[in-house]
Write a protein that binds this ligand. Structure first.
Ligand SMILES: *Cc1c(COP(=O)(O)O)cnc(C)c1O
Length: 239
């Protein structure tokens, strides 16, 4: 039999604690974001039963369909590329947006947050390896646009996020994770802002990310197993 979601969750919590201890950090500095994209509500409910409260989704409409079927205690984080026409809905669903990847998007979030009376927490996504296939600020562009970003009154801009290129050996991602931490330190010093949060690390490399300072790890497969398909739709619901 496959290990259950609750067994996977306890294993993950131990691995998080172990990686934190190795780096001399307290394990409560690290928030596990359970990436539930493409997973059915039943799987998410099982994780909630086992004590998980923070879940990450990368499609606004999928989260909108699933949220009403699940515990209202869940805190949803958006981890994907947010299109500007989905910002209003995203603000109503998510307590945090991990991947703000352009100044235009940041401005749109700021504008609609003002309308809605919200102060959304956001992380800026950095495209560390300057991959054309990925979203995110180029580190130089981010530096150049930092003043403008900090001028947006509604955004609670409290850290950085990255999805480094996949490497078969997790250890090979370490320099990228370290680079995100160093960029955070440089920006925090230069612009005199605390940027405490670092969202980095996924199923195959989260312990390394924790050793390099991650405060959010985004883990899907290691908790839920392989995803079947790209998205969950209400018409797939078990009846
Ligand atoms: C899917 C996804 C994850 C989780 O990936 P796993 O390898 O399943 O842990 C993390 N972050 C983002 C941005 C994702 O899209």
């Amino acid at each position: 039999m496959n290990p259950s979601i609750s067994e996977n969750l306890s294993a993950l919590r131990s691995q998080i604690a172990e990686a934190a201890a190795k780096a001399g950090r307290a394990s409560d500095e690290i928030e596990l974001v359970a990436v539930s994209k493409a997973q059915p509500p039943e799987a998410i409910a099982e994780a909630v039963q086992a004590g998980q409260i923070v879940f990450g989704e990368n499609r606004v409409q999928e989260a909108q369909a699933k949220a009403p079927l699940l515990s209202s205690r869940i805190r949803w984080h958006f981890i994907g590329h947010l299109q500007s026409n989905k910002v209003r809905l995203a603000l109503s669903l998510f307590e945090r947006i991990h991947g703000v990847d352009s100044l235009d998007l940041a401005r749109e979030i700021d504008r609609l947050a003002a309308e809605a009376g919200l102060f959304p927490k956001v992380l800026l996504e950095v495209n560390l390896a300057r991959e054309s296939s990925k979203h995110g600020f180029d580190p130089e562009t981010l530096r150049a646009q930092m003043e403008a970003l900090l001028g947006l009154e509604r955004l609670v801009l409290d850290g950085l996020m990255a999805i480094p290129p996949f490497t078969p050996k997790a250890e090979d991602s370490r320099p990228r994770f370290a680079a995100l931490r160093e960029l955070r330190e440089r920006l925090a010093t230069e612009f005199r802002v605390p940027l405490p949060e670092l969202s980095m690390g996924m199923s195959h490399d989260f312990p390394i990310a924790i050793e390099e300072g991650a405060t959010f790890v985004r883990v899907g497969t290691a908790l839920f197993g392989e995803r079947k398909g790209k998205a969950w739709k209400p018409e797939n619901a078990a009846s």
